[in-house]
Design a protein around this ligand. Structure first.
Ligand code: ADP
Ligand code: MG
Length: 270
């Protein structure tokens, strides 16, 4: 569904931020991307979302060619991105107006806009805030509105660039729940993170290092790839998995979410 070939990117100043990225992502895959600061994750997300144009290489999403200017509108209708800081994504004073803005820009009819706003607010559990002032919302709620704005366009691909890094633990969990439900809707999710435990949200993890793909593996193969994750802070669940693994206890990772894994580990500890 997503095909990336020989993608290279250099900002006007500095070295190559991305070099020789080759990647295939299937429809409805939930891919997490992890890498240290400066490894090129955000650059990748900006290229993949169509926000930043590139000359060197190719990104195709089904029949969309991201370097084709004529497909600009279709690109915006099919790929959405959520950033780290919700404060920078919300423009309007009212929740309704904020979501409506993007939809109006894409030329949807009034009725269609109404329906899409309701649907997307339901998806993030914020329908009751439809007429609220955005200034009265918590950071976590604002981030859910930013996600709703993205979902309202009904994209094929949703990219999230460290969406929980500014959120408190309970807001993080709400975002995880939304993603879990979304995955069932058939959307393709690219989730960029700094938190190693969040790689368990997805089906597949790609590790970026110095603008390159260092490793790409499916969650079921996590245990045999733990060495690649040692460079990251190893809090919580992944360090537990690693300890259990070193004791010879293996866990079936394929279908596990963070919450399910926590439960399993609780059982094991008994
Ligand atoms: P990450 O999101 O993994 O922290 P980035 O994609 O932000 O990484 O950065 C990759 C590289 O590109 C870094 O070396 C960074 O300094 C550089 N970079 C990022 N944004 C810009 C910019 N606007 N101008 C010049 N260099 C940039
Ligand atoms: Mg970044």
């Amino acid at each position: 569904m997503i095909t990336i070939k020989n993608l290279n990117y250099k900002y006007k100043t500095g070295e190559f931020a991305l070099s020789d990225i080759n990647l295939e992502i299937k429809g409805n895959e939930f891919v997490t991307i992890i890498g240290k600061n400066g490894s090129g994750k955000s650059t990748f997300s900006k290229l993949l979302s169509g926000l930043v144009k590139f000359k060197n290489g190719e990104i195709k999403i089904d029949n969309l060619d991201l370097s084709n200017k004529k497909q600009e509108l279709d690109i915006r209708k099919n790929i959405a991105i959520v950033f780290q800081n919700p404060e920078n994504q919300i423009i309007f004073d009212k929740v309704y107006d904020d979501i409506a803005f993007g939809l109006k820009n894409l030329g949807f009819s009034k009725d269609e806009i109404e329906t899409r706003i309701d649907e997307s607010l339901k998806q993030v559990n914020m329908l009751e805030f439809k007429d609220s002032y955005t200034t009265e919302l918590s950071l976590g709620q604002k981030q859910r509105i930013a996600i709703a704005s993205s979902l309202a366009i009904n994209p094929k691909v949703l990219i999230l660039d460290e969406p929980t890094s500014m959120l408190d633990p309970s807001s993080k969990k709400q975002v995880y729940e939304i993603l879990k439900t979304l995955k069932e809707s058939g959307i393709t999710i690219i989730y960029i993170t700094n938190f190693i435990d969040e790689i368990l949200l997805g089906d597949r993890t790609i590790i970026f290092e110095n603008g390159k793909i260092k490793k790409d593996f499916y969650k079921k193969d996590l245990l045999s790839n733990l060495e690649y994750l040692k460079d990251f802070d190893f809090p919580g669940i992944v360090s537990l998995i690693s300890r259990l693994h070193s004791f010879g206890i293996n866990i079936e990772l394929e279908d596990l979410s963070i919450q399910e894994l926590t439960l399993k580990l609780g059982e094991l500890k008994k």
